[in-house]
Write a protein that binds this ligand. Structure first.
Ligand SMILES: [Fe+2]
Length: 222
């Protein structure tokens, strides 16, 4: 077999990180059971889209922020302070889905799982934004459409991440993701949130400084 003399790694999709929380989930579920929910885009979402402002979520919010700061430091090489912005609950009854989307006006996003069946419970499916080769060619081994095919990282276009209760998945807000139909017979409940850098950030000399708050925000008019 012919051997290359060197392989130069090029660019990479940002990784997805999973963090484990050891706090209690039951009190959060009891709180959510009293919240209002609305049908939205294939599943059901909390009407309150600032859930982490509620005192009962204080510990979980702190954990989520620390996880994002760690991701920002390790992956994006910054100690820039981040702030959690919107946060909401997703309820996927059996059969419900979330279509593919990404999170605009956000730097890093996260999803924390409260309940999800591990047998036939829907994972979260991430997709690449890039296409690396122009041709579709037969793989070395044939497979049936229903086979689970393990592509290498250069050929994969989608990646499943299990929705394990107590785990937090942190990812670049730009990375497209979706949730396939919940094929279990139990409900799947998660919390999602967005983050944004705390102002000021950027550099005057690079002409990319973000500094000012709107006067409407400063004076609590909105
Ligand atoms: Fe999402």
């Amino acid at each position: 077999m012919i051997k290359h003399v060197e392989q130069i790694e090029t660019f990479a999709e940002p990784p997805i990180r999973v963090y484990e929380w050891d706090g209690e989930i039951q009190p959060l579920l009891e709180f959510l059971s009293k919240e209002k929910f609305v049908h939205s885009n294939g599943n059901v979402k909390s009407e309150n889209v600032w859930l982490f402002e509620e005192p009962i979520f204080a510990d979980l919010k702190k954990f989520c922020l620390e996880a994002c700061q760690q991701y920002a430091l390790d992956i994006t090489d910054t100690e820039q302070e981040l702030e959690i912005q919107q946060s909401w609950a997703n309820v996927n009854e059996p059969g419900m889905t979330n279509p593919q989307h990404w999170h605009s006006n956000s730097f890093l996003s996260g999803t924390f799982y409260l309940i999800s069946a591990q047998e036939k419970g829907a994972p979260i499916v991430f997709s690449t934004r890039g296409r690396q080769f122009s041709l579709y060619l037969e793989p070395t081994s044939r497979y049936e459409p229903d086979d689970q095919v393990e592509h290498n990282k250069y050929m994969a276009s989608a990646l499943n991440v299990a929705s394990v209760p107590g785990s937090l998945v942190v990812f670049s807000s730009l990375m497209p993701h979706q949730v396939p139909p919940n094929e279990s017979d139990s409900v799947r409940i998660s919390l999602s949130f967005n983050t944004f850098p705390k102002r000021p950030f950027g550099y005057d000399t690079d002409l990319n400084s973000v500094k000012y708050l709107s006067w409407l925000l400063l004076y609590n008019r909105i």
